[in-house]
Design a protein around this ligand. Sequence first.
Ligand code: ITT
Length: 193
Amino acid sequence: LKIFLATANKHKIDEISDIFSGIENIEILSIKDDVEIPEVIEDGKTFEDNSKKKAVEISKFLNMITIADDSGLCVEALNGEPGVYSARYSGTGDDLKNNEKLIENLKGVENRKAKFVSVITLSKPNGETYSFRGEIEGKIIDTPRGNTGFGYDPHFYVEEYQKTLAELPELKNKISHRAKALEKLKNELKNIL
Ligand code: ITT
């Protein structure tokens, strides 16, 4: 069975393919397989809304079972920002600029508590959807550490491992928000399909 992974973010494709590997009879396809997909406007107010929208629109377009991830960083002292606006927080899609803006906005702020959220939605071509949420807690550090992963990873410090997600290449796909959401989907996959 082929499942399409609807994302334009190559880092997500790598992570999700890795987490989802080794499931019998399932083959993951993405834009890396030269499938062209239209852009989906992410105008939802929640991760759930945007995740569903991406999965449903692409599933209908391709007439294929499709999964999508909508994710982001929620910082407690910033009232949950950047949240659903994480990808373009600085007004650009540039990770370094987004990180700069985050650290700027946290200047002098003591409370550094944050979480990553991922909502994974599987949609069937008839529009039936199944959504799963995963979260990981951490704190934002000013000086970036590590060079793996993407996005805000170098600033996201995980207390339990005393490292940022960008310093945990082996572990990230076991402990991340995305891994947790996908784990829930995996457990339900037989019932859903
Ligand atoms: P698609 O919509 O095409 O999937 P995108 O990158 O625009 O790609 P989102 O709208 O879901 O995806 O935005 C997610 C942003 O949240 C991402 O660009 C990062 O800035 C941040 N983010 C999400 N997961 C992350 C992770 O595991 N590590 C670091 N940053 C992450």
